[in-house]
Structure formats: structure tokens, C-alpha cells
Design a protein around this ligand. Structure first.
Ligand code: BG6
Ligand code: MG
Length: 219
């Protein structure tokens, strides 16, 4: 029986996945390195430094650890400049009504995002009010597909992971949720890969999947 739902942030609750892509693309363009959407999709869910390695795939130049640190910082500053312009109107229309209804049905809701910028996004959009707990990149040492972030979110909800569902747009995120022992719900890129126990086309379909704790889930 599912009692808690743990949500990834970027690409699930808000389209900041696109802003990550644009910030990495800006860095790649400045360095004169080709970087395409397929590479951007492979950055979903994984850490900032792991993403940078994908950005640097198509260059023969060997960069030092210090240069890589500076590149990651440059990307993060460009990304945060975009986040600073976010407002509640940037939330997809079905996100808040869906979260409100899931909570009304009795589910406990948590954030399970690997991003160190999650707090800024929650504050800019007002999303924080709709969640019972928030685990983000500052709470963990291992990024998805490691289960740490989902296990941390379940602990914050005071629920065993088996009583939780993990909702994620990243294949690495679905792997993390599964490794945590959760029911996995894929949306966006991970659903296109048919990675989840359930693969959704729209966020609002969570209401079809989760009728209420104690009732059988299914689409
Ligand atoms: C995840 C994104 O949510 O956060 C990844 O899907 C990103 O693409 C990761 O690398 C870390 O984000 P940040 O904001 O700490 O650089
Ligand atoms: Mg994501």
C-alpha cells in the first residue's frame, strides 16, 4: 500500500530541466564543443560534475580539475540567473491541483531532488507549501542512480521506502527509486524509455494511479 509519494523536481514538478539544458548548451557553445539534446537527456538526474563530463565528451582537449570546477561554476551561475526569474506562473497548470488532491486523499508528499538549487526553485515558485518534506542535493553524498535521495525522502516522511512511490523524468532517477525499493513512476524522458513500473504521459494521471492509501493503485 502506497502512503507517500517522492517527487523529483527538474522535469517533473517544473520545466527547469530545459534551463539545465540551456545553461550547459551555453557553456558548450562558448567552449566550441558540440552538445545536443540527446546528451542533454543523459544529464537528467545525475550530478553537476557528471553532467560536465558529458558536455566535454566531444573535445580532445584535456581540462584540469580546476578548469572543470570553473566550468561547473560558470554553468551554475548561468542556471541560477535563469532561476531568479522563475515565478509561480512557471508551474505547469496541473501540478498544484494534482499535489493538492493527492494530499487531500491522504498521501504524504516529499521532494527527492539531487539538485543543490532545489531550495531556490521551491521558494521562487511557492511549491514548498504543497510538500510535507524536501530532500535535495545538499542532503546526499551519492547522486542518482544511487537510492540515497529517495531513502532520505522516505525517512523524512517517516515511511518505509516500500510504502512510497518515486516519480522521476530521468532513467537514472527511476533506477534510484527502484533500488530504494519504491514503486516507480516514469514521466517525460524516462516514460519514453518505458523505464517505470508505470509510465505516464501527463502529471495529472497520478490521480488515476493513486486513488488513496488503502485503495489499490493502478491506471
Ligand atoms: C537534477 C538534474 O535534478 O539535478 C540534473 O536532473 C542536475 O541534470 C542535478 O545535474 C544537479 O543539479 P544542480 O542544480 O545541483 O547543479
Ligand atoms: Mg529530473
Amino acid at each position: 500500500m502506497i502512503q507517500g509519494i517522492c517527487f523529483d523536481l527538474d522535469g517533473v514538478l517544473i520545466h527547469t530541466d530545459e534551463l539545465h539544458y540551456l545553461a550547459w548548451k551555453g557553456l558548450a557553445d562558448r567552449l566550441g564543443i558540440p552538445f545536443d539534446r540527446a546528451q542533454g537527456d543523459r544529464c537528467r538526474g545525475i550530478s553537476r560534475m557528471e553532467s560536465l563530463e558529458i558536455v566535454l565528451e566531444h573535445t580532445d582537449h584535456i581540462y584540469s580539475a580546476e578548469e572543470k570546477e570553473r566550468f561547473a561554476q560558470e554553468k551554475n551561475e548561468a542556471y541560477r540567473a535563469m532561476l531568479a526569474r522563475l515565478s509561480p506562473s512557471d508551474l505547469p497548470a496541473d501540478v498544484l491541483p494534482t499535489l493538492r488532491e493527492l494530499r487531500r486523499r491522504g498521501y504524504r508528499l516529499a521532494l527527492a531532488s539531487g539538485s543543490k538549487n532545489a531550495g531556490l526553485i521551491l521558494a521562487r515558485t511557492g511549491l514548498g507549501r504543497y510538500l510535507d518534506a524536501a530532500a535535495d542535493g545538499r542532503c546526499i553524498t551519492r547522486s542518482k542512480p544511487d537510492p540515497e535521495i529517495f531513502l532520505t525522502a522516505a525517512k523524512m516522511l517517516d515511511l518505509p521506502p516500500e510504502r512510497c512511490a518515486a516519480v522521476d523524468d530521468a532513467v537514472a532517477g527511476i533506477q534510484a527509486g527502484r533500488a530504494a525499493g519504491m514503486v516507480t513512476v516514469a514521466i517525460g524522458d524516462s516514460a519514453a524509455h518505458r523505464a517505470g513500473d508505470y509510465d505516464l504521459e501527463r502529471f495529472g494521471q497520478l490521480l488515476d494511479l493513486f486513488p488513496g492509501p488503502g485503495k489499490e493503485e493502478g491506471l
